[in-house]
Design a protein around this ligand. Structure first.
Ligand code: PEP
Ligand code: MG
Length: 607
C-alpha cells in the first residue's frame, strides 16, 4: 500500500475568512490542531465508486467556490491585478484533461478520490517542474496550490487538540478553538489566531476581541495548508491571512498597523465624554467581560458598569468551582466596579462552551441542546451553589442577576423560585442581603413571543442577539459556511427587538442589547432608534460606539428605525443604514473607526 501526506503551501497564499477580531499581526505559526489527510492507494469495491466520484465532484465545487470568493475578496481589498492569479486557478480546475484523468482513476481504476487527485496532479506537477520554460515551472506552483486545496476539501475534519505547544510570539493556527482552550493560553505569547472554523459570534471570536488579539476564523483549510514555523500575516480587521507574505505585504502590514494603533489612541479621547446623542438622549454603555480580571480596565474604556459577565468562564477547569470560590470571583468584580452596576449572568454552559462536569460531549445540535438554564434547572445543586455565591457577593457592590436562554414563563418562574429559596436560606442563617435586580435574557424567539408576560416578571431585559439571530434565522453562529447569512439587520430580527423594547417600556423596565450586534457601528443608529436603553459590548468597542452616539440625533435615529422596520430584507436595511450613516457622520472623519469593515467599505465606495 502506498501512502502520501498532503503537501503544505510554501508559496505566498492569500486566504479569506471571517473578521473575528480586529487588528494586525505577523509571526511564525504554531499549530495546535492537527488535521491530516493521508492518501492511500487501496482499491475500493465497485459499489463504492459512484459515491467516491460524487465526493470528488463536491470537493471540486467547494474548491471552485472558495477560489471565486477569494478572487472577489482580493479584487475588493487588493485590486484586480492581485486577483488575476485566481483566474488561472479556476481555468485549471476546469481543464478536461486533468478532470478526466482524476475521474478515470476513480471510475476505471477503482481508486478513492484523494488518491485520484494526488496521483493525477503529482504527475502533472512533476512534468511542469521539469520543464525548461519558466512559465510552465510557475504553473507547477499553481498546480501545487490546487493540489493542496482539493485534498484539503476532501479531508476529514478530525481536530486533535493536543496540549498547547505555543512559544513566544506565535500566531496560533487551529482547526477549531474553544473558549476553554483560549483562556488556557498565555496572553503575551500569542500574536494572533487563524482557524478553519467559526463565525464572528462564536465564543472563540468574542473572547479574542476581549483579549484584543487579532483573529481570522472560518478559513476552512488553513490548518492543513500550513506548517509550524511558516510565516503568517493576520488581518483581523479585514478577515484575511497571507501565508508566507512577500515584502510588499509586510510593508502594507506596517502601514495598516500604524494607522490601527493611531486610531486606537484617538479613540481614548472619547473616554470621559457622555454617551449622549446631539439632542440629549443618554444611552448607557456597558462592558461585556469573560474573566474577573477584565473588570480592572472597563471603566478606563468609558463603560459605566458591566452589562454581561459570562460566568461560565469560571467553570472552564477541572472540577466545579465551590460556592466560596465563586463568591470570591463575583465579589472581586463587584468591588472593582462599585458603585456601578454589574450584571452577572448565571451559568450558560453548552453550545460551544463545554463545561467538563455538566456538558454532553457529543450532541447533534449543541446550541439547541443540553445548555444554559436547562442544565441549571436540572442540576439544582449546582445552580443553587451559584445563586448563593452571587447573593453572598451582593453586599460588595451593585449586583444584578440575569438568567440566560429563557424560553417561557415556567423556566423563568422556576429560576426565580430557586433564587428566592437561596435568599431565604441565607437570610435564615442571619446574612444581611441587599435587594438584587433580576433580569432575563431574550435570545430565543419563543421568549419574544411571550415577552409581554415575561416583562411583568423581571426588573430588566437583556437581548442576546448572538443567539436570537441564530435561532430566528436558523443560522448556526459557529458555522463558517453560512457566516454571511448571519444577518443582524434582517427585518425579522429588528422587529423582534422592537417588540421586546415596546413590551419592556410598557412595564417600565429597561432593555439592554448585549450580543455582538451592540458594537457594530452600523447597528448603533437603529438600536438607539428602536429605543434600546443600554448597549453592552467588548470594552474596546465602547469608545467607538460613544463616538457614534454623540454624532447622531435621537429623532433621526427613531425615524431610521421606523423606516427600516418596513423594509423587505437585510440587504435593503444594510443599504439604507449605510446611507443614513454616511449622511450623519460625514463631519466625523472616518479615520477613527476601527472595527467595522462594512461601514468602511461603504464609505470607501462613496469617496
Ligand atoms: C448572546 O447570545 O447574544 C449573548 C450575549 O450570549 P452568548 O454570546 O454568550 O451566547
Ligand atoms: Mg447567548
Amino acid at each position: 500500500m502506498k501512502t502520501a501526506t498532503i503537501k503544505k503551501v510554501k508559496t505566498r497564499t492569500v486566504l479569506v475568512g471571517v473578521a473575528a477580531s480586529p487588528g494586525y499581526a505577523v509571526g511564525s505559526v504554531q499549530k495546535i490542531a492537527n488535521r491530516t489527510v493521508t492518501i492511500d492507494e487501496a482499491k475500493l469495491p465497485a459499489e463504492r465508486l459512484p459515491a467516491e466520484e460524487q465526493l470528488f465532484l463536491k470537493a471540486l465545487d467547494n474548491t471552485t467556490r472558495d477560489i471565486n470568493n477569494l478572487k472577489t475578496a482580493t479584487v475588493q481589498r487588493l485590486g484586480i491585478n492581485e486577483a488575476r492569479i485566481f483566474d488561472a486557478h479556476l481555468m485549471m480546475l476546469k481543464d478536461p484533461t486533468l478532470l478526466n484523468s482524476i475521474l478515470a482513476s476513480i471510475k476505471q481504476e477503482g481508486h478513492n478520490a484523494s488518491w485520484a487527485v494526488h496521483s493525477s496532479l503529482s504527475a502533472l506537477i512533476a512534468q511542469f517542474e521539469k520543464s525548461k520554460s519558466e512559465v510552465l515551472r510557475e504553473r507547477a506552483m499553481d498546480l501545487k496550490e490546487l493540489y493542496n486545496r482539493l485534498l484539503a476539501a476532501l479531508g476529514d475534519s478530525g481536530p486533535v487538540l493536543s496540549s498547547v505547544p505555543h512559544k513566544d510570539g506565535s500566531i496560533i493556527v487551529a482547526h477549531e478553538l474553544t473558549p476553554g482552550t483560549l483562556i488556557s493560553l498565555k496572553r503575551d505569547e500569542i500574536l494572533g489566531f487563524a482557524t478553519d472554523s467559526g463565525g464572528r459570534t462564536s465564543h472563540f471570536s468574542i473572547l479574542a476581541r476581549s483579549m484584543q488579539i487579532p483573529a481570522v476564523s472560518g478559513l476552512r483549510n488553513v490548518s492543513l495548508l500550513i506548517e509550524n514555523g511558516d510565516t503568517i500575516l493576520i488581518d483581523g480587521t479585514g478577515g484575511m491571512v497571507i501565508v508566507n507574505p512577500n515584502e510588499e505585504d509586510l510593508r502594507h502590514f506596517e502601514e495598516k498597523l500604524a494607522v490601527f494603533n493611531k486610531q486606537k489612541q484617538e479613540l481614548f479621547t472619547m473616554r470621559q465624554l457622555e454617551p449622549m446623542t446631539r439632542d440629549g438622549k443618554y444611552i448607557t454603555l456597558l462592558a461585556n467581560i469573560e474573566l474577573p480580571l477584565e473588570a480592572d480596565n472597563v471603566l478606563d474604556f468609558g463603560a459605566t458598569g458591566i452589562g454581561l459577565y459570562r460566568s461560565e468562564f469560571l467553570f472552564f477547569r477541572k472540577g466545579m468551582p465551590t460556592c466560596a470560590e465563586q463568591a470570591e470571583a463575583y465579589s472581586y468584580i463587584l468591588r472593582t466596579l462599585k458603585p456601578f452596576p454589574v450584571v452577572i449572568r448565571t451559568l450558560d454552559a453548552g453550545g460551544d462552551k463545554l463545561v467538563s462536569d455538566v456538558s454532553a460531549s457529543e450532541e447533534a445540535n449543541p446550541f439547541m441542546g443540553w445548555r444554559s438554564i436547562r442544565v441549571c434547572l436540572s442540576r439544582k445543586d449546582l445552580f443553587k451553589d451559584q445563586l448563593k455565591a452571587l447573593l453572598l457577593a451582593s453586599v460588595e457592590g451593585n449586583l444584578r442577576i440575569m438568567f440566560p436562554m429563557i424560553s417561557g414563563l415556567n423556566e423563568l418562574r422556576e429560576a426565580k423560585a430557586l433564587y428566592q429559596e437561596c435568599r431565604t436560606e441565607l437570610l435564615d442563617q442571619g446574612k444581611e442581603l441587599p435587594k438584587v435586580k433580576i433580569g432575563a435574557m431574550i435570545e430565543v424567539p419563543a421568549a419574544v413571543m411571550m415577552v409581554e408576560a415575561l416583562a411583568k416578571e423581571v426588573d430588566f431585559f437583556s437581548i442576546g442577539t448572538n443567539d436570537l439571530i441564530q435561532f430566528t434565522l436558523a443560522v448556526d453562529r459557529t458555522n463558517e459556511l453560512i457566516a454571511n447569512m448571519f444577518e443582524p439587520h434582517h427585518p425579522a430580527v429588528l422587529n423582534m427587538i422592537d417588540r421586546v423594547v415596546r413590551a419592556a417600556h410598557r412595564e417600565g423596565i429597561p432593555v439592554c442589547v448585549c450580543g455582538e450586534m451592540s458594537s457594530d457601528p452600523l447597528s448603533t443608529l437603529v438600536l438607539v432608534g428602536l429605543g434600546v436603553d443600554e448597549l453592552s459590548m467588548t470594552p474596546w468597542s465602547i469608545m467607538e460606539c460613544k463616538k457614534i452616539i454623540r454624532s447622531v440625533n435621537y429623532e433621526d435615529a427613531k425615524a431610521t428605525a421606523k423606516a427600516v422596520l418596513k423594509l423587505d430584507d437585510a440587504q435593503s436595511v444594510n443599504r439604507y443604514l449605510r446611507q443614513k450613516y454616511l449622511q450623519t457622520i460625514t463631519d466625523l472623519g472616518i479615520s477613527s473607526f476601527i472595527t467595522s469593515h462594512d461601514v468602511k467599505d461603504s464609505l470607501d465606495d462613496n469617496v
